[in-house]
Design a protein around this ligand. Sequence first.
Ligand SMILES: CC(C)(COP(=O)(O)OP(=O)(O)OC[C@H]1O[C@@H](n2cnc3c(N)ncnc32)[C@H](O)[C@@H]1OP(=O)(O)O)[C@@H](O)C(=O)NCCC(=O)NCCS
Length: 163
Amino acid sequence: METIRAARVDDLPAILAIYNHYVAQSTCTYQIQPDTLAERSAWFDAHGAAHPVTVAVNAGAVVGWGSLGPFRHQQAYARTVENSVYVHHQHHRRGIGSRLLADLVERARGLGHHVVVALISADQEASVRLHERAGFSEAGRLREVGHKFGRWLDVLSYHLLIA
Ligand SMILES: CC(C)(COP(=O)(O)OP(=O)(O)OC[C@H]1O[C@@H](n2cnc3c(N)ncnc32)[C@H](O)[C@@H]1OP(=O)(O)O)[C@@H](O)C(=O)NCCC(=O)NCCS
């Protein structure tokens, strides 16, 4: 069983490698160009205390990561966060994503956030199931707002009210 803890600067190369695999291979992220380590470092530095970044570590290796980020920048959204969960592609279906997400929800609750939002590409069954199993419910569909690998993509919004 892996340990979930707050991410550190020295986890960033592993976080980057896990993420860039999906940038190249998957519609789970709408990013098309891989991140650089400098961009991931800036992303990490921008996450203050209200917006944690976490890692799942197994036998000393980072096998997944999660984060809570601001949903929108206007002040009235301050208690709504958007989650991300990425598990190394060789470590799927072992419960790591579920445990990362449950941990993020607990952290969100502890930080006084009110709603956790997940924006999920509609073709990403794994992510839809992961969030539904964690108690998230669908709040709507934005049609054809993404375009990757030569096709238009719908985005589902999921949310969980936590407090
Ligand atoms: C989505 C993701 C995080 C799931 O991580 P995981 O560690 O494999 O998930 P778990 O083992 O905790 O699985 C939880 C449940 O999600 C569903 N699920 C996971 N992968 C699935 C798949 N490939 N197809 C269908 N359902 C899937 C299942 O219901 C699963 O429960 P089960 O194994 O008991 O049937 C992982 O597939 C991933 O990193 N995908 C790319 C990134 C991504 O889509 N992130 C989410 C959006 S930010």
